[in-house]
Design a protein around this ligand. Structure first.
Ligand code: ADP
Length: 159
């Protein structure tokens, strides 16, 4: 039984995130998507709202082994609490990889050997990043190809 955790700020959840979730659901017996605020990023949606949006998407995708939770604190502590042995992360580029690689070493140290598994993004999601979406939204650009309709609706309500 391999339990995996996919942590992120998911602010906002994108089609790129959902792609990693769908692919992770195939690889592991269970996958917990953990919504955790990233102190280095300016928040847009509230974590609770993100959780509800992600849950709705997971339901639509019919992924019964996937659960969405909120967590404050170290991600490795969450992993320990559910006996997860794998951290799942997506990578888009070599700059993503540099950061993710360091983070995986840190988490392995902190988490008593927890392994990080990287999934390369699919080409169509290569340019999808939450920070770009925030920027496009600011200038009222079209984000309908980047996020699910329910997420777009929630974001448009913010203004
Ligand atoms: P964090 O603030 O923890 O980096 P993000 O919500 O930005 O959280 O990202 C969560 C995870 O999803 C990270 O592993 C990130 O690399 C991955 N990710 C984000 N966008 C994409 C995408 N378009 N394709 C594949 N993986 C992605």
């Amino acid at each position: 039984m391999i339990r995996a955790v996919f942590p992120g700020s998911f602010d906002p959840p994108t089609l790129g995130h959902l792609n990693i979730i769908s692919r992770g659901a195939v690889l592991f017996d269970s996958l917990d998507v953990v919504v955790a605020a990233n102190a280095r990023k300016i928040p847009l949606l509230k974590p609770q709202q993100i959780r509800i949006l992600l849950e709705e998407q997971v339901r639509n995708l019919k992924l019964p082994s996937v659960k969405v939770v909120l967590h404050n604190g170290l991600i490795v502590d969450y992993c320990r609490s559910i006996n997860a042995t794998v951290l799942l992360r997506g990578v888009r580029s070599s700059s993503d990889f540099d950061y993710e690689f360091e983070l995986s070493i840190l988490n392995k140290q902190l988490g008593g050997g927890i392994e990080t598994v990287f999934l390369p993004t699919e080409p169509r999601y290569l340019i999808l990043r939450s920070s770009t979406i925030k920027e496009i939204l600011k200038y009222r650009g079209d984000i309908s190809e980047m996020v699910p309709p329910a997420v777009e609706k929630a974001l448009l309500k913010l203004e």
